[in-house]
Ligand binder design. Structure first.
Ligand code: GLA
Ligand code: ZN
Length: 662
């Protein structure tokens, strides 16, 4: 039997005499895998070069006796005090030029050669010791790379590496001066050694320089992971290597990082951020899973799936009965082949003593344990069948780290956030029970009936051509506000009116625009007036037809949304950020034009998603609410798991199977 469920386990937090009880309880619950050791450097190397792996070997052997396999994490997100004491210079420097010190985690600089030497010594010994251990199946590199490294690191080592990176990219300093537009505010450089890391300035910053900095930081993290993976791969050729991502987090370009891993893993805490009460909306979670699947275009693992109330200093809401299971199966519905719950037992010490797990502080199995056990015993058998299969959406949303970086640097509108903007389009489709893929802009788009490419702010001639070809060959494309504004160096386009050559595709020009700041605006679509937010592109028709017009502003009665037939396809341009209602209605219209299939109908708390093999379709219907729900399916399926068709109990997860029509 393959592996489907697991827990994150920290045996070093507990007396050894408890371990066997833990493992017995895990076994009963149906656990098949644990992840361990990703923060246990000190326990494994308390003094330089003195390795203590016995305790870990003992835990692995005990688990293995019960048939539970182990994934080991390299503990490089938490270098121990003896390293810091010996080499304080490996602690990172923030934008204010201050050092960040020991006492939490991530107190490291990933470019620092001294730190890398410590890692090399440790990881080599670690990998050698466990290469042939029968209980070990794979490795997680570091932990949540990029986490806490947002504004880091500005140290001398990073500065040097950044200069080299720029030199490789630009060749000559003249090319860099050109690309960064250093004619402005006397920012010209004579040579690469004059370029610093972006320490806090007196006022303002150079957007082109900042874009390069973010890309460099991403490359550094990818290099750091790759370098560690190489060490392990050579010593442990039979083990897989993965890493736990954080959904849409953007400190590292996850498409690049995914490239060096055997598969991608993800961490998700729907009720983990108390600021988002009571929890993150399910549509946002669904989008996270879809983007995770998109990073490698493969099924993935959940390496940390929330299993209890979250909390560091402040706690989130308790999980309602059934809620954890619904979220876990949501991960599976979107492409997770394995779900590992964070964490086995709520620990008594440290920053995360209120971050709850399957067992509470007391270690006594209770409500959550029983729920997890029931979930595992219900669904493991089906996961055997559909493991490896993928969803097969007809709609794609284009996602890009570079666009995200550029809009983080200059959001244009104080509340405009790239991912939130994407999520608005996603939600309209999610509510209609239309599955979505996230893709990169230059991916082959031809298999999608509809491609939504929001905020194509940075543009290249290649990408323009790519979109033009897609539509010319029969594709349906949605482009939006702030498209074609900048070139790849984050300099404004000057040759033609916005949105550049894509204006030809959309049959429009955008000579002017309005930033709505604190105000909202209005749009007339059909006979109804709708709210819009943040932005209004002032559009002139050059062949397109208008399908909605502004009802506010000095540009009222001018086009807000346009449609243009081009070649055998259609391009829509949405010059604003639609409010929820307009988004819903406009996406209904467009998805009908594109003949997108919907999986069924139901209220907004009910999710539908499919995974498909060669000849079968598995359909998940998930009730994310505390109430009974009714639903109706489009298509013929057989109920495999669930009480009653067309009816859902609170938080019920139903599974259907159908034949794939060819
Ligand atoms: C992250 C980390 C874990 C733990 C949890 C809870 O996802 O990977 O180590 O810190 O959050 O805070
Ligand atoms: Zn550094």
């Amino acid at each position: 039997m393959k592996i489907h469920f697991g827990v994150d386990y920290y045996p070093e937090h507990w007396p050894k005499k408890r371990w066997e009880t833990d493992v017995q309880l895990m076994k009963e619950m149906g656990v098949q895998v644990v992840r361990m050791a990703e923060f246990s450097w000190f326990k494994m190397e308390p003094v330089q070069g003195e390795f203590h792996f016995e305790w870990l070997e003992e835990a692995i052997a005990l688990l293995d006796r019960y048939g539970i396999k182990t994934i080991l994490g390299t503990p490089t997100a938490a270098p121990p005090a003896w390293i810091i004491h010996k080499n304080p210079e490996i602690q990172p420097i923030d934008r204010e030029g201050r050092r960040r010190f020991f006492g939490g985690r991530h107190h490291d600089c990933q470019s620092n050669p001294i730190y890398r030497a410590h890692i090399k010594q440790f990881v080599t010994a670690f990998a050698k010791r466990f290469a042939d251990n029968p209980g070990v199946i794979g490795w997680q590199i570091d932990n949540e790379l990029g986490n806490s490294h947002g504004e880091l690191c500005m140290c001398a080592s990073c500065r040097q590496l950044y200069q080299k990176w720029l030199q490789r990219k630009y060749g000559t300093i003249e090319a860099l001066n050109q690309a960064w537009g250093t004619a402005f505010w006397s920012q010209g450089y004579n040579d690469f050694t004059q370029i610093g890391t972006p320490l806090i300035t007196a006022a303002g910053e150079n957007p082109s320089a900042m874009l390069d900095w973010k890309c460099y930081c991403s490359d550094l993290i990818v290099d750091f992971a790759d370098w560690q993976a190489e060490i392990i791969r050579e010593i442990c050729p039979n083990h897989f290597i993965t890493h736990n991502f954080m959904c849409f987090d953007n400190k590292v370009d996850y498409y690049d990082l995914a490239g060096l891993l055997d598969f991608v893993s993800n961490d998700i805490y729907p009720a983990g951020h108390w600021q988002k009460t009571p929890h993150q909306p399910e549509s946002e979670l669904a989008a996270c899973h879809d983007v995770i699947r998109g990073y490698k275009k493969k099924p993935f693992w959940m390496m940390e799936q929330q299993s209890g109330m979250a909390g560091w200093e402040i706690m989130g809401r308790a999980l309602e009965p059934g809620q954890m299971s619904a979220w876990a199966m949501q991960s599976v519905a979107h492409g997770a082949d394995v779900v590992v719950f964070f964490r086995w037992r709520t620990c008594a010490m440290g920053t995360e003593q209120f971050w709850h797990g399957i067992l509470g502080h007391s270690g006594k199995p209770g409500r959550i344990y029983n729920e997890a056990k029931k979930l595992i015993h219900t669904f493991t058998k089906y996961m055997e069948d559909f493991g490896g299969s993928m969803p097969s959406p007809q709609v794609a949303i284009v996602h890009s780290f570079r666009q995200n970086y550029a809009l983080d640097i200059q959001p244009n509108h104080p509340q405009l956030r790239y991912i939130e903007h994407l999520q608005k389009y996603y939600k309209a489709l999610y509510d209609k029970k239309i599955p979505v893929d996230f893709v990169q802009d230059m991916d082959d788009l031809s298999k999608y009936k509809l491609v939504i490419a929001p905020l194509q702010y940075l543009m290249t001639p290649e990408l323009e051509q790519h979109y033009i070809d897609y539509v010319a060959n029969g594709g349906h494309l949605i482009l939006t506000m702030r498209t074609g504004v900048k070139d790849a160096n984050n300099l404004c386009m000057t040759e033609i009116e916005l949105p550049g050559r894509l204006g030809e595709l959309c049959g429009i020009e955008v000579p002017e625009y309005d930033c709505l700041l604190e105000a909202t605006g209005g749009v007339l679509y059909g006979k109804k007036e709708y709210e819009i937010q943040k932005w209004c592109d002032i559009i002139e028709l050059k062949g397109a037809s208008q399908i909605a017009e502004y009802s506010t502003g000095f540009y009222k009665q001018t086009p807000a949304i346009t449609e243009n037939k081009y070649g055998s396809g259609i391009a829509w341009y949405i010059g604003t950020e639609p409010g929820e209602e307009l988004m819903e209605d406009i996406m209904t219209y467009i998805s009908e034009v594109c003949e997108i299939e919907t999986l069924g109908t139901a209220g907004n708390g009910v999710e539908m998603m499919t995974r498909e093999s060669e000849d079968k379709v598995w359909l998940f219907v998930i009730n994310h609410t505390n109430d009974e729900q009714v639903y109706h399916l489009h298509g013929r399926y057989t109920l495999l798991e669930g009480e009653r068709e067309e009816m859902l109990k609170p938080y019920e997860v139903q599974l259907f199977v159908g034949n794939k029509h060819k």
